[in-house]
Design a binder for this molecule. Structure first.
Ligand code: SF4
Length: 386
């Protein structure tokens, strides 16, 4: 039987009326032409939707009142809606987005001194089944559309009153395997990076994969694409296959070889996210294997010390250093008592080892953990969604 990620994920049901949210410029032009308007009105809609982030037709004041009324009557503007927001003590806010079909996904807004970072979801649930990840335990319900991906950005920036000029970083480290939804992801990427729209530079957008080699190869073929991160989390096939089933299809050798072939631009590096679990993934031998893996292509390493949380066990899914709840004590993990954070001295020793090996390494701490907003903690109860 094929693994679930080898099959296309289900898509959202199409709307009865046309929906302008998430459409590209060419589609918006076609839409206005179908309403008997000149094509250049499509550019006005594009600017309104993505530069000004207007979410209601009455905000489109450059259009005539008559046209706004017609749009209101015949075209939807269906962005995901924030239905719950939980601020964390560290300044991050976890948001729950309601989609048109009633399903929900989550994203996290993380303000820093000179930028903001938004953690986004790419699917409702996930097919990859990583044992440490709460989202993975849901299974895959469906892909998010380009509108639902872009809409998370629009909604979070509007909610927080994002001031013009503050750089925005996007990380696809929320619910879902982004490379399992590559078509919608790249459609969203085109809108997010368009200089006449949200104008987010491509280098500020990072897609984190669990190691879906077919998706890595496909994304590498795009002339303009996001940056790539890999949620590595283990340095032996035995260990990785236990916690990340995708490794049984593409093992560490296949992964390193695919990353070695990935066409990087000058100065670009692939980020390796590695969660440190005491006694499981934090040995010096792990550090040496991690160094050997990372040296095979231009890379930078983020070490993410595991942080315990509600549920007592877990690691993180897509790299920003979160932790998944209610991990079934993974075989080989501390059966029955979950995972533990590494000793600070060991974190320092591993950092030193990797730096001595000539690698770029940093230690990342998760944000938003007190509201279960760290990656891998993003899960909506599927039983309440259908
Ligand atoms: S860690 Fe990422 S890829 Fe793995 S199940 Fe969770 S969301 Fe999916």
């Amino acid at each position: 039987m094929k693994p679930a990620w080898d099959l296309p994920a289900p898509e959202a049901a199409t709307h009865a009326r046309p929906d302008a949210a998430g459409l590209g410029l060419a589609e918006l032009k076609a839409l206005v032409i179908s309403l008997g308007e000149p094509a250049w009105r499509g550019a006005q809609l594009f600017e309104g939707l993505y530069r000004h982030r207007w979410a209601r037709w009455d905000q489109f004041t450059p259009l005539s009142k008559e046209l706004r009324t017609r749009l209101e009557a015949s075209v939807d503007l269906c962005w995901p809606e924030i239905v719950q927001s939980q601020p964390s003590e560290d300044g991050a806010t976890k948001h729950v987005f309601q989609l048109a079909d009633g399903k929900q996904v989550e994203g996290v807004f993380m303000p820093y001194e000179k930028r903001v970072t938004l953690c986004l979801s790419s699917q409702v649930g996930c097919a990859m089944g990583c044992t440490f990840c709460a989202t993975g335990q849901m299974g895959i319900l469906r892909n998010l559309s380009a509108a639902e991906i872009v809409g998370q950005v629009v909604a979070m920036l509007n909610h927080h009153g994002h001031p013009e000029g503050v750089p925005v970083n996007l990380v696809f480290m929320g619910m879902g395997e982004p490379l399992h939804n590559l078509d919608h992801l790249m459609a969203a990427f085109a809108i997010l990076t368009d200089p006449k729209g949200l104008a987010i530079p491509p280098r500020r957008i990072t897609v984190s994969t669990s190691g879906l080699v077919s998706g890595i190869e496909r994304m590498g073929a795009f002339p303009k694409r996001p940056r790539l991160a890999l949620s590595l989390n283990a340095t032996t096939d035995e260990q990785r296959s236990r916690i990340m089933p995708v490794n049984r299809v593409w093992n560490l050798e296949a992964l390193a070889s695919a990353l070695g072939r990935f066409p990087l631009q000058s100065g670009e590096r692939i980020t390796l996210e590695y969660v440190l679990l005491k006694g499981i993934t934090d040995s010096l031998e792990d550090g040496r294997r991690l160094a050997a893996f990372a040296r095979r292509f231009p890379s930078k390493i983020n070490l993410i010390p595991f942080n315990p949380h509600e549920g007592g066990a877990g690691a993180e899914p897509h790299g920003t250093g979160g932790s998944a709840q209610r991990v079934r004590a993974t075989e080989g993990a501390h059966e029955g008592n979950g995972f533990e954070p590494p000793d600070e001295a060991r974190v320092g020793a591993l950092c030193h080892l990797l730096a001595e090996a000539g690698l770029s390494v940093s230690v990342r701490r998760s944000r938003g953990q007190d509201v279960a907003g760290a990656c891998g903690q993003l899960v909506r109860n599927p039983r309440t969604e259908d």
